[in-house]
Design a protein around this ligand. Structure first.
Ligand code: MN
Ligand code: MN
Length: 358
């Protein structure tokens, strides 16, 4: 007998069967999230035919230009997920305050945070975009949740994932037992398990950073990149490649598939923004996925998932991917804070860095 394809629903039911006390509530919630992603995939796939290209002639709460697809995707996420009775509330990149479940629907036990469309500057050029989601437990049962209820460290996420709308549409997620990828079969409209237990390779010679911001980087990040660029003859002793897709989903997807390092580090470009990416619906869900796949995620000096959020749309520096590289950059931050890296670009550096590694 040939092996049967496993749909995402069957995968979730099997996960649920491992926990006899599970009610199926969570599986049902994910069904709505997956449906939202399918709907967005459909519109993204129709592109200009769906009238979905271009600017919405508006800015969101964070002062960013909204594309039509940002607005449409946000609406799809809200309308699809509010209905099922599994959520107590939602937080979206596109909404300043938490979204309350309308009174005609029952309220549930979970909170959903999402970036409905990530990488929306890629839409018009037909490059990959995605959706990112994170599920938390609602601390107050079925009370209408306040902003404070969402400010939980990422280590408390019960599920995290993203959909990537590229040449194929995939949904990649974790419920805390590894990372699994599902490919949308467009023929019959279901996600099929194609990438079981995704693991980030332990070594890499590939990194991704927006080099146009170099003059704003802190010394530990400059040091790391300078060492990579020095290639075979430098302290790293090998040549590196660089990648940059300008979509967090696409960067993380590449790293989950073939390894590497992604950085959107702290910079001095805008002192009011200590980073570019948002903690609740970008950094935290990606951090859960990357850790579950054997990688690491840091904001430079500490683990992302341990951060206690202070605001719904808080921005953080992000360094994620191959564990050894993330640990190296964390070490560079510590050495910098202790004044031990002053001479890293001088001829003495090789001697000193050898000493420091022991
Ligand atoms: Mn985004
Ligand atoms: Mn977005």
């Amino acid at each position: 007998m040939s092996t049967r394809e496993k749909t995402i629903t069957e995968f979730m039911i099997e996960e649920q069967r491992r926990f006899p006390e599970a009610t199926g509530d969570f599986t049902a919630l994910l069904n709505y999230v997956r449906l939202a992603c399918k709907r967005i995939s459909f519109i993204v796939g129709r592109g200009a035919l769906a009238g979905a290209h271009g600017s919405a002639q508006a800015t969101n709460v964070q002062g960013e230009t909204q594309m039509k697809l940002d607005v449409m995707s946000n609406d799809i996420f809200l309308r699809t997920s509010e209905y099922g009775g599994h959520l107590a509330g939602m937080v979206s990149e596109e909404l300043e305050e938490p979204y309350q479940i309308p009174p005609e629907y029952p309220r549930g036990r979970y909170l959903l945070c999402f970036d409905p469309l990530d990488g929306s500057s890629n839409i018009d050029i037909n490059a990959p975009v995605g959706s990112i989601f994170s599920v938390l437990r609602a601390p107050q049962g079925t009370e209408p949740p306040t902003a404070a209820d969402f400010l939980q460290p990422g280590s408390r996420q019960v599920c995290a994932g993203y959909a990537i709308y590229g040449a194929t549409t995939m949904l990649v997620m974790t419920v805390g037992r590894g990372v699994h990828g599902f490919t949308l079969d467009r023929g019959f409209g279901e996600f099929i398990l194609t990438h079981q237990n995704m693991r980030i390779p332990e070594e890499t010679s590939e990194f991704a950073i927006n080099a146009s911001n170099e003059r704003f980087w802190e010394p530990p990040v400059k040091r790391y990149v300078v060492e990579c660029l020095a290639g075979h003859g430098g302290v790293r002793g090998k040549d590196f490649n660089m990648r940059w897709i300008a979509s967090l989903v696409a960067e993380v997807h590449r790293i989950l598939i073939r390894g590497g390092l992604f950085m959107y580090p702290k910079d001095t470009k805008d002192p009011t923004k200590p980073g570019r990416l948002r903690l609740l619906y970008e950094a935290n869900p990606m951090a859960m996925l990357v850790e579950q796949a054997g990688g690491a995620v840091s904001e430079g000096r500490s683990r992302m998932l341990d951060l206690v959020p202070t605001a719904l749309h808080q921005r953080v520096p992000v360094i994620l991917g191959c564990k050894a590289e993330v640990e190296r950059i964390e070490r560079y931050h510590i050495e910098h804070d202790q004044g031990l890296d002053r001479s890293y670009s001088s001829p003495l550096f090789k001697e000193r860095s050898l000493f420091l590694q022991n």
